[in-house]
Design a protein around this ligand. Structure first.
Ligand code: AMP
Ligand code: MG
Length: 414
């Protein structure tokens, strides 16, 4: 065990090589899901002016203090304030102005009486302006007035750098006059699968061949984690082919190259030979299952991670090591992973390495329980397809009785 690197140490070593990619700006229409590259500070108050929360009448609260349904207060209506206009009137004692939702509160007024609490039934702005209005209810100062800066004040930091932009954030950026959001570029991940046994999904299966799953599963994970995946496809087991593909990844300005298979030290290990010639490559044995062997290095200054070939090992290796790197490249403050505490429905055996086991987790009244899916061999992709979570069995634990509590990563769509 001595030469095994803990998962945490391996992850930290890897992460220390990565920084967020370059910032850019994108139109708000396409900013959803992008990561802010700057803190956003408001340079205005929102609302920018006091405005009405209701269609009704702007009044002086003191004037209507005694208003009741059976003893209405009658006010003289001196004007009309539609939305978008600046009122050129001032409300004096005994006066009111008709006002629309979102319209500027006039001088002198400090409350709005909704039409429902008056004798005016026609609320449309183009109906004739009444000479007077009967107020049937008393409202305190400030009622139905959205004061200036009620939501946001000038100088307030409203969105933090490193946050993924959500729909409501796009709306706020627009309100602040930021038509182009400052965001990080989308990290570029080049992917290839190695192995003479591999064929494309649209090819017939010749004897001895299997279809390449990793290019697609890992490419999809890259998208899920907000990266652009550059698929370089299948690379046969020969030196020239591997080199050509790595050069293509560099030409495509990849921020990271991921290869799968060929990292277990074997005779047909061309990735190693090619990378070592143009850069460097280290092989690590990580205290985890599945996915113990991983490789890390640089090919012509572009970082390269070699994941194991078995589809489950490659997937778990990606979730454990590559996802946090993509989060860092993307500029995210933290990796958005959904982790829940689950109670085991059945006992679990492990081999003492930190294990990522495929499981089905179910929530019952907020309590999560878990059972494993089928055969846990690292070549069995179907057990991962059936799973909706990975259970994490800590290093050093060889068995856990039913009802033990462990952490699980939910394998969500996004
Ligand atoms: P290797 O890491 O090259 O020893 O491969 C380990 C196992 O994973 C072998 O059974 C390979 O056939 C299989 N394998 C490697 N790459 C892929 C891939 N892209 N898709 C599906 N299976 C793969
Ligand atoms: Mg192979």
């Amino acid at each position: 065990l001595a030469d095994l690197l803990s998962v945490k140490d391996a992850r930290e070593r890897l992460l220390s090589h990565f920084q967020p990619v370059k910032p850019t700006r994108v139109p708000l229409e396409v900013c959803l899901g992008r990561v802010l590259s700057e803190d956003i500070t408001s340079d205005i108050d929102i609302p920018p002016f006091p405005n009405s929360e209701m269609d009704g009448f702007a009044v002086r609260a003191a004037d209507i203090y005694v208003a009741r349904a059976d003893v209405p207060v009658i006010l003289r209506v001196i004007g009309d304030i539609p939305a978008g206009a600046v009122p050129d009137l001032s409300i004096q004692y005994g006066q009111a102005a008709r006002i629309m939702t979102g319209a500027h509160i006039p001088e002198g007024a400090d409350a709005v009486v909704p039409v429902e609490s008056t004798d005016i039934s026609d609320r449309s702005s183009d109906s004739p302006l009444p000479g007077e209005v009967k107020i049937y209810q008393s409202f305190p100062q400030g009622k139905y007035v959205r004061r200036r800066g009620q939501d946001i004040h000038t100088g307030q930091v409203v969105l933090q750098k490193g946050r993924r932009i959500r729909a409501q954030d796009a709306g706020l950026l627009a309100m602040l006059g930021i038509a182009h959001a400052p965001v990080y570029s989308v990290p570029r991940l080049a992917l290839f699968s190695t192995g003479d046994e591999l064929v494309e999904p649209d090819k017939p299966l010749e004897p001895g061949k299997i279809r390449d799953a990793n290019t697609y599963a890992l490419g999809a994970l890259a998208s899920k984690y907000g990266s652009h995946s550059i698929s370089l496809g299948i690379v046969p087991d020969n030196y020239a082919a591997v080199q050509e593909r790595l050069d293509r990844a560099v030409a495509q300005k990849a921020d990271l190259i991921i290869s799968s298979a060929g990292v277990s030290v074997g005779a047909h290990d061309y990735v190693r030979a090619v990378v070592e010639k143009a850069g460097r490559l280290e092989f690590w044995r990580v205290d985890m299952r599945p996915g113990k062997p991983i490789a890390f290095g640089y090919y012509r200054d572009v970082p390269v991670i070699g994941l194991p070939g078995n589809p489950v090992s490659a997937f778990v290796g990606f979730e454990v090591f590559v996802a946090p790197i993509l989060a860092r490249l993307a500029g995210l403050n933290e990796l958005e992973r959904r982790i829940v505490s689950v109670t085991l429905e059945e006992p679990i055996e492990s081999d003492g390495r930190e294990s990522y086991l495929r499981a089905i987790v179910t929530a019952n009244n907020g309590q999560w329980t878990a059972r494993l899916t089928g055969h846990q061999g690292s070549g069995n992709l179907y057990s991962l397809v059936q799973a909706n979570a990975l259970l994490i069995i800590p290093s050093g634990v060889k068995s856990l009785p039913a009802n033990s509590v462990v952490n699980a990563w939910l394998l969500t769509y996004e």
